[in-house]
Ligand binder design. Structure first.
Ligand code: ZN
Length: 500
């Protein structure tokens, strides 16, 4: 191999090792670190993060990347892509001055601590000064990064490379009115009876059942494990070590399972990256939206389908002896697809979820473009919740203080959740066309063909294609709201007897 390329792979490998070691420390912090370990952990994380940044932004790495990029046409296509992706990351990382990165990180940790109190006491005024400083820093960051039209474009680029604010606006405009109308019709139709769900459900049995489903999905327990954490997540240390977490609560029969399936969808993606891309920045999804498409597709399109429950209800009865004998697959199907407007995003169902995101996106764009002052957020938030969800917000804890994202200074993140739903619908439609008898396989609990298709069409490409290119290669189409709306209307129209 070319000596420069060897040198590049060695340097990127070192950065990747530190990055993944940081991830392992974070995993430990969320799953098993004793309470007194927090202080030392923050020193370790700060030191390693600074080391990673220093190694990755080194002038020598920049020179090497620029030299290789200049002769990219003479490189093998696979190597040229590695150089292109690493140079993109390098340019973004070096556009931000070091003292700015430091100030941002300090402001983030201060804001997080204040947000926890403000959220607990529903006191927006307490959080307001922190949010004002973070917003100013986010706008400064956009100036450093540069943009063509909206400063929001620059921030979106951290999460959804290649997507513009204008495009997101167009996609969301297509969703908002249709989804609001569907929600109104569901509210008018009334809810199914779910008396059988009442009572407590053994948490150990929920846990064991979730492991069984993960195993069936094809999650490799020789290259991963599931542990309890307060907030479920999935995390990558290497293609051969991808972990998931979930939580079981006795009042909520399906919450542990659905979180496991969701994180399992992310984890299958990460276990499926190309062997040759390990220790490089290519072992990731091209965007958060595409990553989210994989978790949502497994959770919603598959895990909340009737064929899935025809297979798993009899198995589930074995985990909860005597509790589910008179329950039918159709009852579970109705229960896991219960749809109704609610105030809290993370508890929202498929019909209302995107509306929560659209509210946040519209406010974020207004904040970043300077059309909304931080002090006016609560009023603007509550007006939008009334407009899109038909609900009154009782206090800011159930309104604009509910999410942690702004306390992280993560403006531009929210849209990726809804984009994930759109990617998922289009990718799933392609699977339905290309995999013979997909639903028959799901009804037999046989996910092999499905996983093989995802491995070949999505997982193995990592960041070698932009999300837009990946989607186009799979479906021949651009991202659009229509397939997701058709999916929602079809599924919930039948569930709630809405007619056409
Ligand atoms: Zn997710």
């Amino acid at each position: 191999m070319d000596g420069d390329l060897q040198d590049l792979r060695r340097k990127l490998g070192e950065v990747s090792d530190i990055h993944n070691a940081i991830a392992l420390l974070q995993w430990d912090q969320e799953t098993c670190m004793p309470p007194k370990g927090g202080e030392a952990r923050s020193w370790q994380l700060a030191t390693l993060s600074a080391l990673e940044h220093r190694l990755f932004t080194a002038e020598s790495l920049g020179n090497l990347l620029r030299e290789l990029h200049a002769r990219a046409s003479a490189l093998e296509a696979a190597d040229a892509t590695l150089v292109e992706v690493a140079l993109y990351d390098y340019n973004r990382a070096t556009k931000l001055p070091e003292d700015f990165v430091h100030t941002f990180a300090q402001e983030q940790s201060r804001a997080l601590a204040v947000w926890v109190d403000a959220h607990r006491t529903s006191d927006f005024a307490l959080f307001r000064p922190n949010l004002e400083r973070l917003l100013a820093l986010a706008r400064q960051k956009a100036e450093y990064l540069g943009y063509a039209e909206s400063p929001y474009d620059a921030l979106l680029g951290d999460y959804e490379r290649g997507m513009t604010t204008a495009e997101v606006k167009r996609l969301f405009a297509g969703l908002a009115a249709e989804q609001s109308r569907l929600v109104e019709r569901i509210v008018a139709a009334g809810q199914p009876g779910l008396a059988w769900l009442a009572g407590d459900w053994d948490e150990a049995a929920q846990w064991a059942f979730s492991l069984r489903v993960l195993e069936d999905m094809g999650y490799d327990f020789e290259a991963g494990r599931q542990d309890p954490s307060i907030h479920p997540f999935s995390i990558y240390f290497d293609t051969c070590d991808v972990r998931v977490t979930t939580r079981a609560t006795k009042e909520a029969l399906f919450s542990c399972l659905m979180s496991s399936i969701h994180e399992g969808g992310h984890a299958l993606y990460m276990q499926g990256h190309a062997e040759g891309d390990r220790r490089t920045p290519l072992c990731d999804a091209p965007s958060l939206g595409m990553h989210e498409s994989q978790s949502r597709m497994w959770e919603n399109e598959i895990g909340r389908s009737l064929p899935f429950w025809r297979h798993y209800l009899p198995i589930m009865r074995g985990f909860f002896p005597g509790r589910l004998d008179t329950v039918a697959p159709e009852d579970v199907y109705a229960a896991v697809n219960l749809a109704k407007p609610s105030l809290i995003r993370v508890e929202a169902d498929e019909c209302t979820y995107n509306l929560h995101i659209i509210i946040r996106f519209e406010l974020e764009v207004a904040l970043i473009e300077g059309d909304l002052d931080v002090g006016d957020i609560p009023g603007a938030w509550n007006a939008k919740v009334r407009e899109y969800l038909g609900l009154d917000v009782p206090d800011d804890a159930h309104g604009c203080l509910q999410d942690i994202h702004w306390a992280h200074g993560a403006f531009g993140y929210f849209p990726t959740y809804a984009l994930g739903n759109l990617y998922a619908a289009q990718v799933f439609n392609a699977m339905l066309e290309q995999i013979p008898d997909l639903w028959g396989n799901v009804e037999r609990g046989y996910f092999g063909p499905l996983l093989s298709w995802l491995r070949a069409n999505v997982h193995v490409h990592g960041r070698r294609k932009l999300a837009r290119e990946l989607l186009h290669d799979i479906t021949g189409a651009e991202l659009s709201p229509e397939p997701y709306l058709a999916y929602l209307n079809h599924k919930f129209g039948a569930l709630y007897g809405l007619g056409t």
